[in-house]
Design a protein around this ligand. Structure first.
Ligand code: ATP
Length: 294
């Protein structure tokens, strides 16, 4: 993936992109309680901006978001500490986070910030770590972090850390809407386990459609098993999915454990009209018009 990275003197800036899942299947539960997944991951054009600056010592986080911790509970802190301890960096770093990605939304915002931090600290202190090394470190912070280090279109298996890069998904227009509700990831997985049986999306078929560059084949196979829990519990998710379809989306689905819903449009004008309409209707707190970022 083409990563914008700018280093001027002792300051560097890096964009942390959000992801959506074009397909999400749960295929088992591991002995340690983690869920075994098969997911099609896709980076989208919504990003946080992180700025890194050397300071004499410590890790200092500032952010324009009033909702996030700035202490060691922030994944940015954990990523910086992990890398700096491993390489025994005696200096410190100040990291400013400009937050645009919806929080607790199923868009891996925190994981992406952590991945960007690994890259930013690596670049700022000239540590010379390869992307592979950063991915290996990233999984200690969260299962989605290795994918966020890599970005683009990918198949994620295991707990999400076993990654296969795929051909860039075909160009399209994307409407992303985060309703004003909070969905607990733990609640979703626990209720899915209790269900025992559910319909599995055709992830292998989607991989093939992506490799063949067929948007139609992707649209036909879009599916997220977690919707079987969230849709009955949070009707707004289905309302948004349906509304996007009425407004011309060729496909719509919930991302990750939700509650963010996205719609795929083939025509730019239709997507723009739908964007304006959805914002007017105030069904969602945050609405974005964007595309895939490969
Ligand atoms: P995923 O798609 O991986 O499930 P998500 O989009 O649902 O992630 P995040 O936005 O990554 O959820 O945040 C989940 C929780 O992590 C939040 O409750 C938040 O307080 C915490 N958190 C810690 N650091 C960050 C960060 N830098 N950005 C966002 N959330 C963070």
């Amino acid at each position: 993936m083409n990563e914008p990275f700018a280093k001027v003197g002792n300051i560097c800036e890096i964009k942390a992109y959000a992801k959506i899942n074009l397909g999400l299947d749960v295929v088992g539960v591991l002995p340690n309680g983690y869920h075994e997944v098969r997911m099609i991951m896709q980076t989208v054009g919504i990003w946080d901006l992180l700025t890194f600056e050397k300071i004499p010592r410590g890790i200092v986080i500032t952010t324009d978001s009033g909702e996030l911790p700035t202490n060691e509970d922030n994944l940015i802190y954990r990523a910086a500490a992990l890398l700096m301890e491993r390489y025994r960096i005696s200096q410190g770093v100040r990291i400013h986070l400009q937050k645009n990605i919806p929080i607790a939304a199923g868009m891996a915002g925190g994981s992406s910030d952590a991945a960007a931090t690994l890259k930013g600290v690596n670049g700022l202190f000239g540590l010379g770590c390869s992307l592979e090394e950063l991915k290996e470190l990233g999984v200690k912070i969260g299962a989605d972090v290795p994918y966020c280090v890599m970005g683009g279109t990918a198949l994620a298996e295991g707990i999400g850390e076993k990654l296969t890069a795929l051909a860039p998904a075909p160009r399209c227009h994307l409407l992303v809407a985060k309703p004003d509700i909070n969905v607990s990831t733990r609640y979703v997985y626990e209720h899915l386990d209790a269900r025992k049986s559910y319909e599995h999306p055709d992830i292998d078929g989607m991989v093939q459609a992506i490799e063949e560059g067929r948007l139609e084949g992707i649209l036909e196979r879009m599916g997220n098993v977690l919707e079987s829990v969230t849709v009955p519990a949070y009707p707004i998710i289905n309302t948004l999915k349906m509304r996007m379809k009425e407004l011309g989306a060729a496909g719509s689905m919930m991302s990750g454990s939700g509650p963010t819903v996205f719609g795929i449009f083939t025509e730019e004008e239709t997507a723009e009209r739908a964007f304006v309409k959805l914002k007017e209707e105030k069904l969602a707190k945050q609405v974005f018009l964007t595309g895939f970022q490969n």
